[in-house]
Write a protein that binds this ligand. Structure first.
Ligand code: PLP
Length: 444
């Protein structure tokens, strides 16, 4: 399929791609959503599945009714669809349904910390806070550094693995950055981690919706031990996330959430936990969310993750090329064309505050972007070269705005025309900075 036909086809898969919204002047335009790294709109197929499934929806597992059995089958079948999607091991891995990536990592950190709190966890300087904060109060955490372009330093990773030889329990790393769009070499990282006796967790929140991922066989040195991701970034925004990992790990220890559904037998004297995944899915589960995620995955599969990746790469490279030509725009990446990345990029415009720029784009052009530190504070702080003194200052002076970036993140339904509109507006803003600054001077 030619890019243009593919683009039109992909756009038709998503609900709300052509929604009219008001501008500051009262005119209505099609909203341009460049905030897909935060969350994505649903696929039509997902909404249809939910409507079709709704009459059959019922309580699962211990229900004896026909609908209950049907709902249970769908819920359990979902685990197989997910395993296949990421090439997890059909017998040794377990898929635990969670709310989202954040909850998945919190559940895992809680569980792993029950074994030995003396262990070291290697996180990295480029993580989303979801893959940083849950480790801090449970382990000794060290951060693998980044280079001058903000890329992960594999040398530093190896140095830290050497330094803490035998003590590193886990290397926890994002598959792709939600700030720079860099894709990390997870196979290489896995190999290194295993070489030093550690396991690896990949935060797949930004990678899984944009590229294929292979957890690889257990006997491969490049095997991914744990993988987490969120359905709401995969066109299935119905409150479901995933934690995948070795079943035997979850057989041990106590679950983070305790209550009904996760036990086999309880008396006032003892608790006998159910086996995983039920043990970690206490309370009434989100069956509709699972139905949505399965259909989301099936739709992504029907397009082909390689097709999605190629289309989105072309789009983001086009955007990067255009952005590089606009004066006063600074891009926060090593933006080589042949570099593998996911479809997002962050930038600043000299002389205009990042929040103001985001507001101008929204109110003048109907373009939704994100601005700030993108829940990746340490990473953005490093990209902006903020010193620890600077950070102390901002920490203690709440009336002083903290520096930040503007981010565009593309979904498979975005197109070249939308990027052209963004580029034209940015160019117009650069050339009329004082006019826009005066007009939006009250925006903080
Ligand atoms: N990890 C990364 C890289 C992210 O970009 C995000 C969200 O933007 C998360 C984790 C957290 O995802 P969720 O909010 O779905 O828990």
């Amino acid at each position: 399929m030619k890019d243009i036909e593919l683009s039109a086809y992909l756009r038709r898969l998503v609900i709300g791609a052509n929604t009219k919204i008001p501008l500051a002047n009262g005119e209505y335009v099609n909203e341009i959503n460049f905030d897909n790294a935060a969350t994505t709109p649903p696929f039509f197929s997902v909404m249809k599945e939910i409507t079709d499934f709704a009459p059959w929806y019922s309580s699962i597992h211990r229900g004896s009714g026909y609908k209950s059995k049907l709902s249970s089958n769908l819920y359990e079948h979902g685990r197989e669809v997910i395993k296949k999607f990421v090439n997890a091991d059909h017998t040794r891995d377990v898929v635990i349904y969670t709310k989202n990536t954040t909850e998945s990592i919190n559940i895992l950190s809680y569980r792993l910390s029950q074994e030995n709190k003396q262990h070291v966890v290697l996180s990295t300087d480029m993580e989303h806070l979801a893959n940083d904060l849950p480790w801090r109060d449970k382990f000794q955490v060290e951060y693998v550094g980044i280079d001058e372009y903000g890329k992960l330093s594999l040398n530093d990773l190896e140095n830290k693995l050497l330094k803490y030889k035998g003590k590193v329990k886990l290397v926890t790393v994002t598959g792709a950055s939600n700030v720079t769009g860099y894709i990390n070499p997870i196979s290489k990282i896995a190999k290194l981690a295993h070489q030093y006796g550690a396991q690896i967790l990949v935060d797949g929140a930004q990678l899984v919706p944009h590229d294929s991922i292979d957890m690889k066989a257990y006997d491969s040195p490049e095997h991914i031990d744990y993988l987490v991701f969120s359905a709401h970034k995969m066109y299935a925004p119905f409150g479901i996330g995933v934690l995948i990992g070795p079943k035997d790990i979850f057989e041990k220890g106590e679950p983070a959430y305790q209550g009904g559904g996760g036990v086999r037998l309880v008396s006032h004297q003892f608790i006998e936990w159910d086996s995983p995944p039920a043990k970690d899915e206490t309370g009434t589960p989100n069956v509709i969310g699972v139905a949505a995620l399965i259909t989301g995955i099936e739709t992504l599969n029907s397009i082909g993750m390689n097709v999605i990746h190629e289309y989105e790469s072309n789009l983001i490279n086009y955007a990067i090329e255009g952005l590089s030509e606009i004066p006063n725009i600074k891009l926060y990446c090593h933006c080589e064309k042949n570099e593998k990345r996911v479809s997002l990029i962050s930038f600043t415009m000299q002389g205009i505050d990042y929040n103001v720029l985001a507001e101008i784009l929204s109110l003048e052009a109907g373009i939704a972007v994100r601005s700030g530190l993108f829940c990746a504070h340490p990473y953005v702080e490093k990209l902006l070269n903020l010193s620890s003194e600077d950070l102390e200052y901002f920490h203690h002076n709440h009336d002083v705005p903290v520096p930040g970036l503007v981010r565009i993140s593309l979904g498979l339904y975005n197109n070249y025309n939308e990027i052209d509109i963004l580029l034209q507006f940015l160019d117009r803003i650069v050339r009329n900075k004082n006019y826009y600054k005066q007009k939006y001077k009250n925006i903080k």
